[in-house]
Write a protein that binds this ligand. Structure first.
Ligand code: SAM
Ligand code: CA
Length: 220
């Protein structure tokens, strides 16, 4: 897994950051703390966090869902972009990773907006559907185990309302999706998912080559 922007030279990438990245200090601190961890490249890129925050504000989102929290960078970027009355339901299975996330949500003053559900995300999504949350979400970010992407997507599509947006991360998978020699389970899952989504006439989509690839799906 990668979080660097694919296909840009280091020089151009640093230029892009130098003229566009406005990273809040608290997100920068979280990025620095996460950088000391072995799985630090699971974190989204800072320019992607800024892009997602812009999307959330363009949508005027009030109710958001995140599948895959890790140490909380994307959830914090989204929660900071939500209005004071906004809510983010955040799904993960790891107490240790999300303890770091919770510490930063507190420090940033947005913990009250975030409802962390520590359980396999499919269970949380099914519980939300069973509790009448279908058609109520404005924004969903999918970034957990890749083998479940198709299942997360179907549930997310039911959970958003018309005009709602789903953002799916790592759709370019460090380039492996375009290399037929790579056949591991995660790569095949993302490759099949991308193909299925391309043929899904229920939605409008755009695959954005930011960071490791982010597909945006709108429910008309
Ligand atoms: N969005 C995060 C960020 O910005 O730092 C990165 C998320 S990381 C790529 C994927 C996360 O999904 C991990 O924290 C992992 O514990 C979680 N995860 C893996 N399988 C899961 C499952 N079945 N249900 C919920 N979360 C899961
Ligand atoms: Ca990711």
């Amino acid at each position: 897994m990668s979080n660097k922007s694919l296909g840009l030279s280091d020089r151009l990438y640093h230029y892009l950051l130098s003229v566009s990245l406005r990273e809040p200090e608290i997100l920068k601190q979280l990025r620095q703390e996460t950088a000391t961890m072995p799985n630090c490249n699971m974190q989204i890129a800072p320019e992607q966090g800024q892009f997602m925050a812009l999307l959330v504000q363009l949508l005027g989102a009030q109710k958001a869902l995140e599948i895959g929290v890790f140490t909380g960078y994307s959830s914090l970027a989204v929660a900071l972009a939500l209005p004071p009355g906004g809510k983010l339901i955040a799904c993960d299975i790891r107490e240790d990773y999300t303890a770091i996330a919770r510490r930063y949500w507190q420090a940033a003053g947005v913990a009250y907006k975030i409802d962390l559900r520590l359980a396999p995300a499919l269970e949380t999504l099914d519980a939300l559907l069973a509790a009448d949350h279908a058609g109520t979400f404005d924004f969903v970010f999918i970034d957990a185990d890749k083998e479940n992407y198709a299942a997360y997507y179907e549930r997310s599509l039911a959970l958003i309302h018309s005009g709602g947006l789903i953002a799916i991360d790592n759709v370019l998978w460090d380039g492996a999706v375009a290399d037929p020699a790579v056949q591991d389970a995660a790569t095949v899952a993302i490759r099949d998912f991308n193909q299925k989504l391309y043929q899904d006439e229920r939605v409008r989509l755009s695959m954005v080559p930011i960071a490791d690839g982010l597909t945006l799906v709108m429910k008309p």
